[in-house]
Design a protein around this ligand. Structure first.
Ligand SMILES: *[C@@H]1O[C@H](CO)[C@@H](O)[C@H](O)[C@H]1NC(C)=O
Ligand SMILES: *[C@@H]1O[C@H](CO)[C@@H](O)[C@H](O)[C@H]1NC(C)=O
Ligand SMILES: *[C@@H]1O[C@H](CO)[C@@H](O)[C@H](O)[C@H]1NC(C)=O
Length: 459
């Protein structure tokens, strides 16, 4: 048994074939062995293309003499034989026997000496006047005139946009050779393939084959080797001169120049106020990826998402998209990754470089307070503020008195607490701030001092 990885050097026979062919004199009168005989041992159901003179092929073969003795085999070398057909690079019988073959077809051919090595043979390998038998399995066909072939087998009902040069895409794919052997699949890595298109990040055939594709579309892209990995292959999984077939499903598409887009707006008739930067919003949303995968939804938590907008509390695209919205309005906000979760994505929920689609419904909109304020007066502040708070007139204000007063102001519309925070906590903080000596009471003196400092969050 040979060690894995060790290969015997290829026997020189096939090179000899080329050299001898021209000299082989036709030999007549050998009975039934005088003609080329082709037996189609296996013909695949699907045969989109057959070998024509001038095509390049890759095939496996076993060569035997009529008595069954093997004189050559591509399997022993563990690599296909790669050659042009009909250009005199093969013995004449082989040039003829390959024509009309499908990929995955198996032919058993008997080649008479006049179409092989004639009455001279090949010294030490093929005796004179030998009939040769070849068991041939075709793996690959291409032609230098070939282009990238695109076959779309699924098209989504809506296609607002297709891949253009310089777009960034995320897709799943299975890569096979023409004979169907899988050489690579994004599924094995459990991750989409993410790349720019049309700017040389991909093999030329893929750069071309992806253009014009919609999100949700599935297509088969067939690429001849000269637009793939060429004569040398990729040095790993792809041999030289291999045609490649990519089954591609596009999941995501954007351009780094994209900004957010707002779609499907449903605006209620009465719209008293539209949201602006600094407002506090309560809204419901469904967050999906472009392929429709739901990654997050406020409905599943059974509560609205509540936030200030325009202040960096949400991703930049949402901060921008949530502007100018009415209460009751619904809209779709499409956020490219650079205004969303970027190349990293969000752990376990949003893949890297993903476009995000938010369907939102605004339920409540409260004007925010100026930055840094937790309470403001809507109108003039009473000149006898302390006396008003100190209801029992004992010269001291306790937290309960203070809280009752603030809430009364808010209820009557005279004052306003910052939305989205625990009101009791704000009130308590305000009180503690006034209570300079921390004895749980605010005196007129403490009140005045703080008043003069006129700082945020205070009366
Ligand atoms: C690739 O192969 C997987 C597993 O067989 C299959 O689920 C998938 O639909 C194929 N096609 C693409 C484009 O991923
Ligand atoms: C969601 O909230 C509604 C109204 O409060 C309630 O009837 C319902 O049971 C809640 N659902 C879940 C899943 O918590
Ligand atoms: C979110 O999805 C749920 C369930 O499909 C749907 O009932 C709801 O209307 C959607 N919300 C928005 C704002 O599109």
């Amino acid at each position: 048994m040979a060690f894995r990885g060790w290969r015997p050097p290829p026997p020189p026979l096939l090179l000899l074939l080329l050299w001898v062919t021209g000299q082989a004199a036709p030999v007549a009168g050998l009975g039934s062995d005088a003609e080329l005989q082709i037996e189609r041992r296996f013909v695949p159901d699907e045969c989109p293309r057959t070998v024509r003179s001038g095509d390049f092929v890759r095939y496996h073969y076993v060569g035997t003499f009529p008595d069954g003795q093997k004189f050559d085999s591509s399997y022993d070398r563990d690599s296909t034989f790669n050659v042009f057909v009909g250009k005199g690079q093969l013995i004449t019988g082989m040039d003829q026997a390959l024509v009309g073959m499908c990929v995955n077809e198996r032919r058993f051919v008997k080649i008479p000496p006049k179409l092989a090595y004639g009455n001279e043979g090949v010294s030490g390998v093929i005796p004179p006047n030998s009939v040769l038998h070849f068991d041939v399995l075709l793996m690959d066909i291409w032609n230098s005139e070939d282009q990238v072939q695109i076959h779309t087998y699924f098209k989504p009902p809506s296609c607002p946009r297709t891949i253009q040069v310089s777009d960034f895409v995320r897709y799943h794919y299975n890569g096979t050779f023409l004979d169907g052997t899988l050489f690579d699949s994004s599924h094995n890595r459990m991750k989409t393939y993410d790349t720019y298109v049309g700017i040389g990040w991909l093999i030329p055939g893929m750069d071309k084959g992806l253009l014009g594709m919609c999100v949700g579309e599935k297509r088969i892209i067939t690429i001849p080797p000269f637009l793939a990995y060429g004569e040398d292959g990729d040095g790993k999984d792809i041999p030289g001169q291999a045609s490649l077939v990519f089954d591609v499903a596009l999941l995501d598409l954007h351009n780094p120049k994209d900004s957010i887009s707002i779609e499907n707006k449903v605006v209620p008739e009465n719209c008293e106020r539209i949201s602006q930067s600094g407002d506090f919003l309560r809204y419901h949303y469904n967050g999906t990826l472009l392929d429709g995968t739901l990654f997050d939804s406020s409905y599943s938590r059974n509560r609205t998402f509540d936030t200030y907008i325009g202040q960096g509390y949400v991703i930049p695209g949402m901060d921008e998209g949530l502007l100018g919205v009415c209460i009751g309005e619904k809209r779709r906000i499409v956020v490219p990754p650079h205004l969303g979760y970027g190349e990293e994505g969000r752990d376990g929920e949003v893949p890297g470089s993903a476009v995000l689609v938010f369907d939102i419904e605004l339920l409540e909109l409260v004007a925010g307070l100026p930055e840094g304020y937790m309470f403001i007066w809507n109108g003039e502040v009473s000149p006898n503020l302390f006396e008003e708070i100190d209801k029992d007139g004992n010269g001291e204000v306790l937290l309960e008195e203070f809280s009752e007063y603030i809430h009364a102001q808010v209820a009557s519309g005279k004052g306003k607490l910052a939305p989205g925070f625990d009101a009791e906590l704000i009130v308590k903080n305000m009180f503690t701030n006034q209570d300079r000596n921390g004895d749980g009471k605010v005196t007129a003196e403490e009140f005045k001092l703080k008043d003069q400092e006129a700082k945020h969050d205070e009366l």
